[in-house]
Design a protein around this ligand. Structure first.
Ligand code: PBG
Length: 430
């Protein structure tokens, strides 16, 4: 029975039921005992002629045979009805050592014995509603494959993107986040294209909202796709990233996105004080209903490599270590958490995901706010590469990695696997 080898994760989206079904592995099959443990016990009672002939009582019970009293009387008289015999003890393979059983009263394996028990006691579940699909867009008509991210494309904003969103919605993934590839000619040192109301992102948001009014659109708030320096902020001539001046630009960017119809603006820049400033700017323009998902703990990580290739957004010089966090730091995440909470963030994000599970758990335990995890490009590409090389089972590793992010405390997960995982949860195979 394949169910023994399934990782069951039932979940609901509205009235639709989803169950995570992963390919059974040969190992799990080997672990199955050869004898069925859960035999159905059937009590068979032969109907007596007497019962049928007796016309003194009527109703459904009479038609089935003996009355309860007659059955009890038969058993009391020693006339026990037939039932399947006690099943024989399953035989161990020849050579199995004969030992007396361990004197332990706690055997956790009892609760893992069957797929039904495992599903009943499963502590974490995942559904397509937990996923946010990051999508790369560009001005072109065609979709361009991204070399370092197999299966990902820079999508034409007018066609490819709209089709991809439709596919995601089909499997219950109704949240996306947009990342633009901006033409070099529009990049400047102050990134002003970021708040052009007719720029690629605002235009795309308007198109998507027109087609899918209930689609939830997250946007990235940071200057790097628009910066000729490839940094998230304005760079002074001595290389310093200017904090408050950058925040001024980010506020204008967030307002432009909100004006176009964004539901959640997501500052990923790591400047100080940007959440409070963006909140004030949104409110001043009448966008009280627009949420802020703050990249609270964003680390200066090498796992972003494929993403920067996708957007051609590598810093032209230096690195991002004066604003993104040191991967060696844990307590520092609490400093960022306190700032973002007090400045009014609605959702707190940790990035990258899998190497930073401890940070996800930290924020989950320290804050009542929803937590997001970003399974970044490098994490995605490693799983893809391992799958292509047949070193790992891509689909199982994908689903396990997402489940682990949930277990660590993430409510939502930004992942390039969103569509593939959504299909998997719907039982679709493609
Ligand atoms: C930049 C930004 C980055 C990512 C999302 N927003 C890269 C960076 O900080 O250089 C990375 C996402 C990924 O690697 O998947 N604002």
């Amino acid at each position: 029975m394949a169910s023994a080898a399934m990782l069951n994760a039932p979940c609901n989206i509205g009235a639709v039921k989803f169950e995570v079904k992963l390919k059974p592995s040969p190992n799990l099959f080997c672990a199955r005992p050869s004898v069925k443990l859960n035999r159905r016990r059937v009590l068979t009672i032969r109907a007596s002629k007497e019962g049928h002939d007796n016309g003194s009582s009527s109703g459904p019970l009479r038609k089935m045979g003996l009355t309860d009293e007659e059955c009890e009387a038969a058993v009391v008289a020693g006339n026990v009805p037939e039932a399947p015999p006690v099943p024989p003890k399953p035989v161990a393979p020849a050579g199995t050592p004969l030992v007396s059983s361990l004197p332990i009263n706690r055997r956790p394996r009892r609760n893992r014995r069957s797929s039904v028990a495992r599903a009943a006691f499963q502590e974490t579940n995942i559904s397509p509603a937990n996923l946010v699909y990051p999508l790369f867009i560009h001005e072109g008509e065609e979709d361009t494959p991204i070399g370092a991210m197999p299966g990902c494309y820079r999508l034409g904003w007018r066609h490819g993107l709209v089709e991809e969103v439709a596919k995601a919605r089909d499997v219950g993934v109704n949240s996306i986040v947009l990342f633009p590839k901006v033409p070099d000619a529009l990049k400047t040192s102050t990134g002003d294209e970021a708040y052009n109301d007719n720029g690629l992102v605002p235009r795309t948001i308007r198109l998507l909202k027109d087609k899918y009014p209930d689609l939830v659109i997250y946007t990235d708030v940071a200057l790097d796709p628009y910066s000729s320096d490839g940094h998230d902020g304005i760079v002074r001539e001595d290389g310093v990233i200017m904090n408050d001046e950058t925040v001024h630009q980010l506020c204008k960017q967030a307002v432009a996105q909100a004006r176009a119809g964004a539901d959640v603006v997501s500052p990923s820049d790591m400047m100080d004080g940007r959440v409070g400033a963006i909140r004030a700017a949104l409110d001043a323009e009448g966008f009280q209903h627009v949420s802020i998902m703050s990249y609270t703990a964003k680390y200066a990580s090498s796992f972003y490599g494929p993403f920067r290739e996708a957007l051609d957004s590598n810093p032209r010089f230096g690195d991002k270590k004066t604003y993104q966090m040191n991967p060696a730091n844990y307590r520092e995440a609490l400093v960022e958490l306190q700032a973002d909470e007090s400045e009014g963030a609605d959702i707190l994000l940790v990035k990258p995901g899998l190497p930073y599970l401890d940070i996800i758990r930290l924020l989950r335990d320290k804050s009542p706010l929803p937590i997001a995890a970003y399974q970044v490009s490098g994490e995605y590409s490693m799983i893809k590469a391992g799958g292509v090389l047949k070193m790992i089972d891509e689909e199982r590793v994908m689903m396990e990695s997402l489940m682990c992010l949930r277990r660590a405390g993430a409510d939502i997960i930004l992942t390039y696997f969103a569509l593939q995982a959504g299909r998997c949860m719907c039982g679709e195979k493609r």
